[in-house]
Design a protein around this ligand. Structure first.
Ligand SMILES: [Zn+2]
Length: 135
């Protein structure tokens, strides 16, 4: 098994109030989801374990939106409205970072795969391992 190199990458919302860091390998697989909320917001998911995410600033600026089962915590900046990361229903023990909100993403290779969130119940189990600590 080869050891992947992980690095802390920074990102945030549009106005800069909310800033976070996520520890990512140089090559990440992200999910583009077609569910009711992701389709409208264009969120591209990079799901990480709790240990590989840290909020740097702006926790007090986050507003929470919930719907349906109420498991997911859709967090967005109250000033600019951008959802840069959130607590996903598929991985409530981890975080989903928006690939579009990573700074520059220099040196990061992002492969985007389609996720059929319109059939969430059938497909979500395939994502369950993404929030598991493997290191
Ligand atoms: Zn903002």
């Amino acid at each position: 098994m080869t050891q992947e190199a992980f690095a802390w990458m920074s990102g945030g919302c549009h106005c800069g109030a909310v800033r976070f860091e996520a520890k990512l390998p140089t090559k990440v697989v992200a999910q583009s989801c077609n569910c009711s909320i992701c389709a409208k917001s264009g969120f591209v998911h990079v799901i990480v374990p709790e240990s590989r995410f840290r909020l740097i600033q702006g926790g007090d600026r986050l507003t929470t939106y919930m719907f349906n089962t109420g498991v997911a915590r859709h967090l967005f900046c109250a000033a600019c409205g951008v959802k840069s990361f959130y607590r996903p229903r598929s991985n409530p023990d981890g975080w989903s970072v928006n690939a579009h909100c990573l700074d520059g993403a220099d040196g990061l290779e992002i492969e985007i795969e389609a996720f059929d969130g319109q059939n969430w119940e059938a497909n979500a189990p395939a994502l369950a391992d993404l929030s598991r600590d493997t290191a």
